[in-house]
Design a protein around this ligand. Structure first.
Ligand SMILES: NC(=O)c1ccc[n+]([C@@H]2O[C@H](COP(=O)([O-])OP(=O)(O)OC[C@H]3O[C@@H](n4cnc5c(N)ncnc54)[C@H](O)[C@@H]3O)[C@@H](O)[C@H]2O)c1
Length: 338
């Protein structure tokens, strides 16, 4: 992308850089010629990001600094905001399951730490570019299965995670309106396939039904096969997070920095068909249906169709067919490249 921002050398900081998306984003930023300096932080010092072939071709890769910082601690936030950077990705957070079971922790991490960071930034780095990852959990359930949600649909969160994301995105939006920071708020679809272990998130099965069978392990499907989901591949999300930092400020309208990132609507049955196409009957046979009403209820409450006109107008890219996502997962996470 040839923007004035990308032509300049950028120093980036990522919070939550030890997490799933943080690690993938850090690895992608290593390959960006405009990035000269990368600060990665999490509760424990994150791993050094894996180098892709593109980053090996990048003549002088950015210097990488790894720091442990608990962002519920004001002193750690102060120290972090004293570091040299011109772009910050706020990726740290407590996810849906834990935010529901531990209200205090969710409030501390998902709201209070964000407010403190924003206040440090407006004082120490006025106008800094900031990308905040929000979620479609800010919305309430679709009134009917075909309802299409846009950025103009009123948030009506039905979970503490969704409520906390909604509050944080409102702050980022308002600080941007006042010119204190230059925020970009991206609402991510459910990102699948996530590597590693199952998580406490209600959406965990949306990765587990691929990840486990593709490595020869059993997996449980807790929801009905006719359920639709709004999902996106890790590669597409990372591309869009890279774009989010480079979009010229003037391309955003004055009213809001909130953008629903592109995803695809897919039913669980279609996901299983893709698993069969890529992993065969053997992989499919490892998925066992065991309905969990609580998970079904939560997932039914998420929007499954989003209008992405605004995202596409800003240059964000669309996700590909789901079978491709599965092949990318195998390439990126199971063939020893990461
Ligand atoms: N993965 C998805 O499907 C998805 C969907 C929508 C939005 N998001 C958002 O994207 C962001 C990244 O998601 P992810 O899937 O990589 O999550 P993740 O859970 O893998 O990573 C989050 C990271 O935040 C860190 N963190 C938690 N508390 C902290 C604290 N007190 N101080 C410092 N760091 C702390 C955790 O240690 C973790 O490494 C999150 O903000 C999430 O809400 C993700």
């Amino acid at each position: 992308m040839t923007t004035s921002a990308s032509a300049m050398k950028t120093r980036c900081l990522i919070t939550g850089a030890g997490g799933f998306i943080g690690q993938a984003l850090a690895s992608a930023l290593l390959a960006q010629p405009e990035v000269s300096h990368l600060i990665l932080t999490d509760t424990t010092a994150p791993a050094h990001p894996a180098s892709s072939n593109a980053s090996k071709e990048n003549g002088k890769p950015p210097s990488v600094h790894l720091h442990a910082a608990d962002l519920t601690d004001g002193k750690h936030i102060q120290w972090l905001c004293d570091q040299e950077f011109d772009c910050i990705y706020l990726l740290h957070g407590i996810m849906s399951g834990q935010a529901e079971s531990n209200l205090e922790l969710g409030l501390n991490v998902n709201i209070d730490s964000v407010r403190r960071i924003l206040d440090q930034l407006r004082e120490k780095k006025p106008g800094v570019r900031l990308v905040f990852t929000s979620s479609t959990a800010v919305y309430g359930p679709p009134p009917d299965p075909d309802s299409v949600f846009s950025e103009l649909t009123a948030p009506d969160p039905r979970s503490s995670y969704g409520a906390q994301k909604h509050i944080a995105e409102t702050l980022v939006n308002d600080y941007s309106r006042r010119g204190l920071i230059d925020g970009r708020i991206v609402r991510l679809p459910t990102v699948t396939v996530r590597p590693g272990k199952p998580t406490g998130a209600a959406s965990s099965f949306a990765s587990g039904i691929f990840r486990e069978p593709l490595s020869g392990e059993q997996s449980v499907l807790p929801v009905s096969k006719d359920l639709d989901l709004w999902v996106c591949s890790p590669r597409t999300v990372v591309k869009n997070l890279l774009l989010a930092k480079n979009i010229p400020t003037e391309k955003y309208d004055r009213k809001s920095r909130i953008v629903n990132l592109p995803g695809i609507t897919i039913s669980v049955q279609q996901m299983l068909d893709a698993l069969k196409a890529v992993g065969g009957e053997k992989a499919l046979g490892l998925v066992h249906e065991k309905k969990d009403e609580a998970t079904q209820r939560i997932v039914e409450g998420w929007p499954t169709r989003l209008d992405t006109t605004k995202a596409r107008g800003l240059g964000f890219v669309s996700d590909g067919p789901f079978e491709r996502t599965l092949k990318e997962y195998i390439e990126d996470y199971t063939e020893g490249q990461h």
